[in-house]
Design a protein around this ligand. Structure first.
Ligand code: LLP
Length: 463
C-alpha cells in the first residue's frame, strides 16, 4: 500500500511536501476504472454518471454527503465469486462490510450465503428473508441471547471462538432440543501484511483459539465430547486488505495439519474448511487486487495439495469476502465547502462529511482517491487534503490527492471504493447525521438506507 513521495508535476506552489502520493495524473478528468464502480462514467457534458444518472442530479435529489451504490456491480461481483468457487464451495458475504435488507435480498438472489457477527446483523438478515441455514454466526463474545436466537432460528453454523463458547452453545442447543452445527475458529500464527488493527491470525490478539500449544486441538476434543454441537469444520480468517495468497497458503497448511491430527486422534475427517475473507481491493491506482477466479483457483489448489499430502479427503471450502464484494461498488459524494491553500504544504478542502462517514483514514491510515465529478477541469493539479467538518484535526477523508486548482465551493467531489466499512462504521460524532445509501441501477436511484434526521437523534435522547 505504500507509495513514495513524488515531488513532481505542475502545481501552483513550486515544491511539493513529503507525503504518500504518486505523481499527479496527466489528466485529472480520467476516472481510473480500477477504483470506480463499474457503471461509473463521464458523459459528453463532462458530468460523472453512475447507473446512467448524473451525480449532479443525484446530489439534488438525495443531498450530500451520500453513498451511491452501483447495484449491477454489486450483483456482478456476487456472481463472480459464486462462479469462481463453483458448486463444491460456499461463498459467505461478510455482512460487517455493509448490510441492509436490500443487500441481503441481492445476495440471496445471486446465490450467496451470509456471515453475520451480531444480533443486529442476524435480525437484518432474517427480516430480509435470508434462510437461516444460509447464515454463519460469528463473534468473539456472543451474548447468551445472541446464541439462543441463532440456535433457535437454526443458523447453518456458529463459529466458536473460545472455550467458554463451546460450552455455552452446546448447553443452549441441548436445552432447546437441538444439535447446532459449529466450526472452531483457530489462529494459525500468520502475520498478514496489512494494518495491525485488521490483521487477525497472529497469536497476540482477541480472535480465535491458537493452534500453538495444542489449544485448538483441545477445543476440538471438548467440542466432540458435547452432544449439543456437531463439529463440521475449522475456520481461519487471517486479516483484511490482503493482496497475495501466501498468507492463505500458510493458513491452509496449518489448518490441514490440524485436520490430520483430528483424524489420527478421533478417527473422523471434518468435512469443511473456511478460509475467511480479507481479499484486498483497489483504493488507489497503485493497488492491484486479484480476480475472484484467480483467488479461487489458488485456494483450491492449496487446500487440495495440502490434503493430498496429509492423505485426507479434500474438505468443502468456504470463504467470506466482504470488502471485495461491496467495497468497489460505492462512492461517497460530498460538496466542497471551504478551500484553504497552505503555502508550501497543501490545500485543505473541507467537505460536508468526514470521519463520521469514513473513519478508515483516521483509524487505519487508509488511502483513498478522489475526483471532481460535477464538471471537468483543465486546471493544473493541486495537492489537496480532503477533510471533514468535525472538531478534530485527524478528521481526514483523503490524506493526499490531486484535485484541479480551480476547485471551488459548491463543486461535488467523490471518493470511490467506500462501499465497505464506511457506512457500517459510521458514527454520530458531533451529532452528525449518518448519510443515506442510495442504490443506483439502469437509470433509477432508490434509497436503501435513509439519511438520519435530527428527530432520529432526539428520539434516542430521552431527556
Ligand atoms: N470473515 C471474518 C471472520 C472476518 O472477521 C472478516 C472481517 C471477514 C470475513 C471479511 O473481511 P473482508 O473480506 O471484508 O476483508 N473495519 C476494517 C476491516 C475489519 C474486518 C473485520 N473482519 C476495515 O475497514 O478495513
Amino acid at each position: 500500500m505504500s507509495r513514495s513521495a513524488h515531488p513532481a508535476g505542475p502545481r501552483h506552489a513550486d515544491v511539493l511536501p513529503e507525503g504518500h502520493y504518486s505523481a499527479p495524473p496527466t489528466d485529472l478528468n480520467v476516472l481510473d476504472e480500477k477504483v470506480w464502480a463499474r457503471t461509473v462514467a463521464r458523459n459528453d457534458d463532462g458530468a460523472v454518471t453512475v447507473g446512467g444518472i448524473e451525480v449532479t442530479r443525484l446530489a439534488e435529489e438525495f443531498g450530500t454527503p451520500a453513498y451511491f451504490l452501483d447495484e449491477a456491480d454489486f450483483r456482478a461481483r456476487c456472481r463472480a465469486w459464486a462462479d469462481a468457487f463453483g458448486k463444491d464451495a460456499d461463498v459467505f458475504y461478510a455482512g460487517k462490510a455493509f448490510l441492509s435488507r436490500a443487500v441481503v435480498k441481492w445476495l440471496y438472489e445471486e446465490g450467496l450465503n451470509l456471515d453475520v457477527c451480531s444480533g443486529g446483523e442476524l435480525t437484518t438478515a432474517l427480516d430480509a428473508g435470508m434462510p437461516a441455514d444460509r447464515i454463519a454466526f460469528h463473534g468473539n463474545n456472543k451474548s447468551e441471547e445472541e446464541i439462543e436466537r441463532a440456535v433457535s432460528v437454526g443458523v447453518g453454523r456458529i463459529v466458536l471462538d473460545s472455550f467458554q463458547e463451546i460450552v455455552r452453545v452446546a448447553h443452549t442447543a441441548q436445552r432447546l432440543g437441538k444439535r447446532q452445527r459449529v466450526q472452531i475458529r483457530v489462529t494459525v500464527g500468520v502475520e498478514a501484511h496489512t494494518h495491525e488493527f485488521i490483521a487477525t491470525a497472529h497469536e497476540d490478539q482477541k480472535f480465535g483459539i491458537p493452534l500453538a500449544g495444542g489449544q485448538a486441538a483441545e477445543a476440538v476434543r471438548r467440542t466432540l465430547r458435547l452432544d449439543g454441537v456437531e463439529l463440521i469444520g475449522i475456520h481461519s480468517h487471517i486479516g483484511s486488505q490482503i493482496f497475495d495468497t501466501s498468507g492463505f497458503e500458510v493458513a491452509a497448511h496449518r489448518v490441514v495439519r490440524l485436520l490430520a491430527e483430528i483424524r489420527d486422534e478421533h478417527g473422523i475427517e471434518l468435512p469443511e474448511i473456511d478460509l475467511g475473507g480479507g481479499l484486498g481491493i483497489a483504493y488507489t491506482s497503485d493497488d492491484d487486487p486479484r480476480e475472484p477466479h484467480d483467488i479461487a483457483k489458488a485456494l483450491n489448489e492449496i487446500v487440495t495439495r495440502e490434503c493430498e499430502a496429509a492423505k485426507l479427503r479434500t474438505p468443502r471450502i468456504s470463504v467470506e469476502p466482504g470488502r471485495a464484494i461491496v467495497g468497489p461498488t460505492a462512492f461517497t459524494l460530498y460538496e466542497v465547502g471551504t478551500i484553504k491553500p497552505l503555502d508550501g504544504l497543501r490545500t485543505y478542502v473541507s467537505v460536508d462529511g468526514g470521519m463520521s462517514d469514513n473513519i478508515r483514514t483516521a483509524l487505519y491510515d487508509a488511502e483513498y482517491s478522489v475526483a471532481l465529478v460535477s464538471r471537468t477541469s483543465d486546471a493544473a493539479p493541486m495537492l489537496a487534503r480532503v477533510v471533514g467538518k468535525h472538531c478534530e484535526s485527524g478528521d481526514i477523508v483523503v490524506k493526499d490527492a490531486f484535485l484541479p486548482a480551480d476547485l471551488a465551493p459548491g463543486d461535488l467531489i467523490a471518493v470511490p471504493a467506500t462501499g465497505a466499512y464506511c457506512r457500517s462504521m459510521a458514527s454520530n460524532y458531533n451529532h452528525a447525521l449518518r448519510p443515506p445509501v442510495v442504490a443506483v441501477k439502469d437509470g433509477e436511484a432508490r434509497v436503501i438506507v435513509r439519511r438520519e434526521t435530527e428527530e432520529d437523534l432526539l428520539r434516542l435522547d430521552v431527556g
